[in-house]
Design a protein around this ligand. Structure first.
Ligand code: AMP
Length: 614
């Protein structure tokens, strides 16, 4: 049987490459766009959601149209973010792996420009770029676009949202008039229409699905809670979905950081992705999410643009986006490549109108969902555990030697008793955590801030520092620490629980963190002779030295590391393995045991402890 990509007009080398990637059949957008684009003589507008196979839809035809005997840039692909730029470059490299002489370069900010210039000098046919860096390189007269025949504007709506309109104009003005422009966009606001009008000549238009319609594989749900119960609601949703692998969207960087920190402290595998992180930190966070070493990625809209991670089960809108159009981009992070996904909004009753607006834009109805009760969560977790136990891979070689002793221990128990005990080990913790769990669903007339407070364990992120002492530590972002890393470093070395740590203020060469007053002495007692990268680590009770130039702020106590090197549970990357924080090799579970107990990596922080908080 002839390969369906071949039937569309793709050559053997490329067909074999996509076969190696597991592409058996073209996606609908590929099926429709490839034959049109292969003609090579049309401008093109494709209205398509992310995750529909857009990259191959334009990438495969480009590979057929480019002359790889020449080493001059012939195609320029512009996209809004570094992440997307790297993704497209990697996809096209994969598609072209069997074409000799094919060269693709990724041009994006925040990376060494010299390396990019070198690659360009060595000769490339396809340039994948973010607008800012591309302009920089054009400004240096380091690239010649006179042979460009195709320009692809990917996620055009996002590029405009991010203010790249002028940069795009400037870049396009350096390309030949007779080039063909292919524009892809998830939505078609008037500004994108204007680009199509200004830069294109009677483009062929293809719409995948209905205009502005969300992906059909995504279900949309909303939960109405009081504003102050949002965090508790988030946790409940996560607890009710033991296998969740989600992107949680917040409106501001601060919220993102705040929610991530609280989740980490509460024992979840989470981290934040926002614009205040260095590129290196963002890459690190994304890599861990891609590798599924992290369960919950808490992100701002801007930081999450272009994220292409398959198998995301849920998108959670912790706050609704200001721009209703952004909802389509957010929800498009799930339900990718034919998979199903759920997009959840946690809202207060004043925001129902906004849900109706989104419904009109995506052309789909939301389901109003009820937050599960504490009992529902316990039951769900119990059966998830039962399922895991049933399916666990048993290492007979290792375990056999212990079986006689184990059987001895259980000699007087029936099979049912043993099972009950194993199950209770987990179930009891959940029951305890959720025993007084309030109903978090807000009634229609709840207006956000009224109502009784529920149990402490489910309260929202704490902002107040009452009862906390602010401490200085001579480690910071230059040591490649995230807040999560610092939290686990402090907890592991100071032998205190994550729940006893308050706000963490990560600076460059130093940082501040708050510790509950009652835990300060224990922290100081344990935190002696600690080293990091052969450097003594120092903590001090203090005001901010940078802020208190007068010398005030009472550095009452100071312990400097520097004696014997003590093996520290929180040491990072020793032996080449990252430890601590939320970087565990797998999802959080509810055992309350450390990852070492489970033969995995240290979960650091307060993994598992959170259920005992009530
Ligand atoms: P994109 O919309 O290009 O970001 O693609 C979304 C995801 O779908 C990526 O992980 C692609 O590798 C995957 N994909 C694209 N085309 C196909 C195909 N024809 N068959 C299977 N997976 C595909």
């Amino acid at each position: 049987m002839t390969n369906p990509f071949k039937l569309l007009g793709i050559s053997d080398d490329v067909v074999n490459a996509v076969k190696d990637l597991g592409f058996e059949n073209p996606t609908p957008i590929q099926e429709q766009a490839i034959p049109v684009l292969l003609e090579g003589n049309n401008d093109f507008v494709g209205l398509a959601q992310t995750g529909t196979g857009k990259t191959a839809a334009f990438g495969l035809p480009l590979l057929e149209l480019i002359d790889f005997k020449s080493n001059k840039p012939q195609a320029l692909i512009l996209c809004p973010t570094r992440e997307l730029c790297l993704q497209i470059t990697s996809d096209i490299k994969n598609f072209s792996k069997n074409i000799s002489g094919a060269n693709v370069v990724a041009v994006y900010g925040g990376a060494n420009i010299m390396q990019q210039l070198r690659e360009i000098r060595n000769g490339v046919q396809i340039v994948v770029a973010t607008p800012g860096r591309m302009l920089d390189i054009i400004g240096r007269k380091a690239i010649d676009f006179t042979n460009v025949k195709y320009v692809v504007l990917d996620e055009a709506d996002e590029m405009l949202n991010m203010g790249f309109q002028e940069d795009i104009n400037d870049i396009l003005s350096t390309t030949p008039d007779d080039k063909k422009t292919w524009l892809f966009s998830a939505t078609m606001p008037p500004e994108v229409r204007r680009i199509a009008k200004n830069y294109m000549d009677s483009p062929t238009e293809l719409t995948m699905g209905t205009k502005n319609t969300g992906n059909v594989n995504i279900e949309h749900e909303y939960y109405v809670v009081r504003a102050r119960d949002k965090y508790a609601a988030l946790k409940r949703i996560v607890d009710f979905n033991p296998e969740i692998f989600a992107v949680v969207f917040c409106k501001t960087k601060m919220d993102t950081q705040d929610v991530a920190e609280h989740l980490i402290k509460d024992g979840y595998n989470a981290d934040a992705l926002h614009g205040d992180l260095s590129q290196q930190q963002r890459d690190k966070v994304m890599q861990r999410f891609r590798d599924r070493h992290m369960q919950l990625l808490i992100a701002t809209d801007v930081a999450a643009r272009g994220i292409d991670v398959n198998n995301v089960t849920h998108v959670i809108n912790y706050s609704l986006p200001d721009e209703i159009e952004s909802y389509t981009h957010r929800s498009g992070r799930t339900g990718r490549a034919g998979k199903t996904g759920i997009s959840i909004c946690i809202i207060n009753s004043k925001e129902i109108g906004k849900i109706r607006q989104i419904e009109r834009i995506i052309g789909k109805q939301f389901t109003k969902a009820e937050l599960p009760t504490g009992f529902d969560v316990c039951e769900k977790q119990l059966f998830s555990l039962v399922h895991k136990v049933h399916n666990v891979e048993v290492n007979d070689n290792q375990i056999d030697q212990y079986i006689p002793r184990i059987m001895d221990e259980f000699a007087e128990l029936s099979k049912e008793d043993v099972i009950k005990r194993f199950a209770s080990l987990e179930f009891n913790r959940f029951l305890e955590y959720y025993k007084n769990a309030p109903d978090l669903n807000a009634s229609a007339d709840d207006r956000g801030e009224r109502g009784e407070r529920g149990e402490r364990g489910e309260r929202g992120p704490r902002r107040s520092s009452d009862g906390y002492t602010r401490l200085f530590i001579n480690l910071g972002s230059v040591d490649d620490f995230t807040r999560g890393d610092l939290l686990s470093f402090v907890c592991n070395n100071g032998k205190i629980a994550g729940k006893n740590v308050g706000k963490i203020d990560l600076k460059g060469v130093y940082s501040f963190f708050e510790v509950e007053d009652a835990s300060v002495d224990a922290l100081f007692n344990n935190f002696k002779d600690i080293q990091f990268n052969n450097r003594g680590v120092r903590i001090e009770k203090s005001g901010d030295p940078a802020e208190s130039r007068s010398g005030g702020g009472g550095r009452a106590r100071s312990y400097s590391g520097g004696g014997d090197r003590r093996s520290s549970g929180g040491g990072r990357r020793e032996g080449g393995r990252r430890e601590g924080g939320n970087s565990g090799g797998g999802f959080r579970d509810f055992s309350g045991r450390s990852r070492e107990d489970r033969g995995g990596r240290s979960s650091g922080g307060n993994g598992g402890d959170r259920r005992r908080r009530s």
